[in-house]
Design a protein around this ligand. Structure first.
Ligand SMILES: [Zn+2]
Length: 236
């Protein structure tokens, strides 16, 4: 297995909300994409972990993923300890992604920023030869931080206008979370509300590059441009 892009996130349905459109777009371009959820959402008000994993597999089809996995780390109490980092690093060696998408390093939910931190450290560990002599070292080339819920200026925005509806279908695969009935239904947004909210967020980021819908990302390193004449996004 050798993936072009691997998205890592804390909970099933995080990827659908933050970088699902980009994953769909990359798959449509012929790249091998994957998603690794660190927990199965066992602390969630609605749905069991088994249900969330089954829903994430249905969502994976809409996202056109080649691979999706779940590490079943403890939800809402994700710990960046050595055992967890090693498990994650081994998975990265197995999947050999060139690009890894992580949650932005600041967030309201501790699992989200911890997933970003663990993901970064596991990407580093995965490149160490002596980490585990029985597996080949692999260090991803590029790390992108998905910043949709962070109050920061994106380094770049991906146009997901053609992928937005498919991403919405992926998210709505989580019937236990976004269905119309069930326990705590006043707590969870109904389908129309979620569509309007995610649409507004995607419009906000799309607007920053002059398209209808977009997904924002932050990179820590500078971006290289070879042709300044062909640069997109109008300045004035
Ligand atoms: Zn989450």
């Amino acid at each position: 297995m050798s993936l072009d892009v691997l998205a890592i996130a804390a909970h099933p349905d995080d990827i659908e909300q933050t970088c699902g459109g980009t994953l769909i777009r990359m798959a449509e371009m012929g790249y091998r994409t994957g998603a690794l959820d660190l927990t199965a959402g066992d602390m969630g008000t609605r749905g069991s972990p088994e249900q969330r994993v089954a829903e994430s597999e249905a969502a994976a089809k809409h996202l056109l993923l080649r691979w999706r996995g779940n590490l079943h780390f403890p939800d809402a109490r994700l710990e960046n300890d050595l055992a967890a980092r090693m498990t994650l690093a081994r998975k990265i060696r197995e999947l050999r992604p060139r690009v890894v998408i992580l949650p932005y390093w600041q967030a309201r939910h501790p699992d989200h920023y911890r997933a970003g931190e663990m993901g970064y450290e596991a990407c580093f560990l995965a490149g160490l030869k002596k980490l585990d002599e029985s597996t080949e070292p692999h260090r991803p080339f590029k790390i992108l931080y998905s910043s949709v819920y962070a109050d920061v200026k994106p380094s770049f925005v991906v146009d997901i206008g053609a992928q937005f509806e498919r991403r919405m279908a992926a998210l709505l695969s989580y019937a236990s979370q976004y269905g119309e009935t069930g326990a705590g239904s006043d707590l969870f947004p109904q389908e129309a509300e979620i569509r309007e909210r995610l649409g507004a967020i995607a419009r906000f980021y799309g607007n920053q590059i002059g398209v209808k819908y977009g997904e924002p990302f932050v990179v820590k390193e500078a971006m290289q441009i070879d042709d300044i004449v062909a640069m997109p996004v109008r300045s004035i």
